[in-house]
Design a protein around this ligand. Structure first.
Ligand code: EPU
Length: 346
């Protein structure tokens, strides 16, 4: 099996933050055999490997002196179904939103709240994508991976993936396992998750009393489109920071100074704060430093207005982090993966 290795390829079309960096070596793989051949080539030529999916959760800070492997495994297969559930296996290179729409068209529910999230199937388990009260882990049965350490494929149950808020085994042991496909267990009778205030009020405004999964998907698309920039029109990586979790005492103290503090009690007694609210309060919404900016409609999203570098985006992020630390004594963690020369400092 041979693969076509290209040299000095621009990664601008492959990252939704539209940062201009080059990959020294670049290869597209469409099968496990091609993936193995690409990994063998890297080993033979002693170059590091970077695995690229949809590039929607990525900050590239420098040219990559590596082999960038663009995963393009495609295919959707219904494994089995009964009156209650369908089990569907989806290859890593499929587009997330297109798959959600496909599943709804088949009459399978569960993923409607996750409509319009950019990126590919293979990236979804890495950060356990979530929106409007639903997380990927709620409907994921297992993940098929290629383990670069053992050089074997392995099927990991949802439990083995160690999912948590925007976190998983794949994020913690980054680079070790290549996600090949995901099996979903999707209910055929909808159990809609409508707790998220904005979703409920949008449906009420539209006078939709008994929403279908398709109605919820349309509502989610409309709500996202209002606040979150379309990466094809304004380059971004979605939320740039995680929502921070603080102690109940800390949240109470903040509440005294900021009576309108947006906070959500967690089951373990801690309190999750809305990073977007904190950043907006600190006056950063819509701020622009050159081409690096804070989105005018959602302060949690950093945007590239044109030719910002990854480093400039990170500099803006560092200023925001320092300001939030000083004002609220809260640490904001960066959500996307930072790849490149200065990643260790990010
Ligand atoms: N808020 C502000 N100002 C802002 C942004 C938010 O005051 O500029 C307030 C809102 O008014 C609201 C609260 O903060 O009271 C939460 O805002 P929102 O509902 O927009 O959600 P978020 O916490 O900003 C999270 C996820 C999003 C996901 C939405 C909906 C994270 C890091 N982000 O954002 O996920 O779509 O909830 O569930 O958890 C992503 O991960 O890339 C992403 C977009």
């Amino acid at each position: 099996m041979s693969v076509l290795i290209e040299k000095d390829v621009s990664l601008k079309p492959y990252n939704t933050l539209a940062v201009e960096v080059a990959a020294r070596f670049f290869v597209k793989v469409q099968s496990l055999a091609q993936l193995k051949a690409a990994l063998a080539w890297a080993q033979q030529h002693k170059v590091e490997v970077f695995l690229l999916g949809g590039g929607s959760n990525l900050v590239l800070t420098a040219d990559l002196d590596m082999l960038v492997i663009h995963l393009q495994l495609r295919g959707i297969e219904v494994l089995d179904e009964d009156a209650e559930y369908a089990r569907v296996e989806v290859q890593a290179g499929e587009n997330w939103h297109a798959f959600v729409q496909w599943s709804l068209a088949q009459g399978y529910s569960g993923l409607e709240n996750l409509s319009l999230i950019p990126g590919h199937i293979g990236a979804a388990p890495v950060q356990n994508i979530g929106a409007y009260g639903v997380e990927l882990k709620d409907h994921l049965e297992s993940v098929l991976v290629y383990d670069r350490r053992t050089e074997q494929t392995q099927r990991l149950s949802a439990e083995q993936c160690q999912f948590a808020y925007r976190d998983s085994l794949f994020k913690r042991e980054s680079g070790r396992r290549v996600i090949l496909s995901v099996i979903f267990k999707l209910p055929k009778q909808a159990h809609l998750q409508l707790d998220y205030g904005q979703l409920r009020s949008y449906l009420a405004e539209q006078q939709i009393v008994q929403p279908t999964p398709q109605d919820v998907s349309r509502a989610v698309c409309a709500i996202r489109a209002e606040k979150l920039p379309d990466p094809t029109l304004l380059a971004n990586t979605g939320s740039f920071f995680k929502n921070p979790v603080v102690s109940a005492e800390h949240a109470q103290q903040l509440q005294q100074t900021y009576p309108h503090l947006v906070s959500f009690a967690q089951s373990d007694g801690q309190v999750k704060l809305a990073a977007g609210w904190l950043i907006e309060q600190a006056g950063w919404k819509g701020v622009r430093h050159g081409d690096a900016g804070v989105h005018a409609k959602q302060a949690l999203v950093l945007v590239n207005h044109g030719s910002a570098t990854g480093k400039q985006i990170l500099e803006l992020a560092a200023q925001i982090q320092a300001d939030i630390r000083q004002r609220f004594a809260v640490e904001l963690d960066i959500e996307p993966n930072v790849i490149g020369a200065i990643a260790a400092q990010a």
